[in-house]
Each structure stands twice: as structure tokens, then as C-alpha cells.
Design a protein around this ligand. Sequence first.
Ligand SMILES: [Zn+2]
Length: 43
Amino acid sequence: MHQCYYCEQIFDSKEALYEHVEVHSDVERNKEIRDRKKNKQED
Ligand SMILES: [Zn+2]
């Protein structure tokens, strides 16, 4: 049993968990890019 440490969803295989975690890291990356753009506008 493998649990996502972001949303606590349960997966049968490590592979399924890894694929799922990509969703979270994409969200984090997009948020970073958006924050960076926002900061640039404020300068
Ligand atoms: Zn998750």
C-alpha cells in the first residue's frame, strides 16, 4: 500500500503513486511560475 503524502490518496503500486504525485508537482511548479510573474509585475 502506498499513500500520497500530498492528498493521502491510497495506491496499490509505487508506480501508480509516482504517476499521481506528478500532478501535485505540476501544480506546485505552475504556482511558482505564477508567483514569479506576479512579483515581476509589482516591480
Ligand atoms: Zn495526491
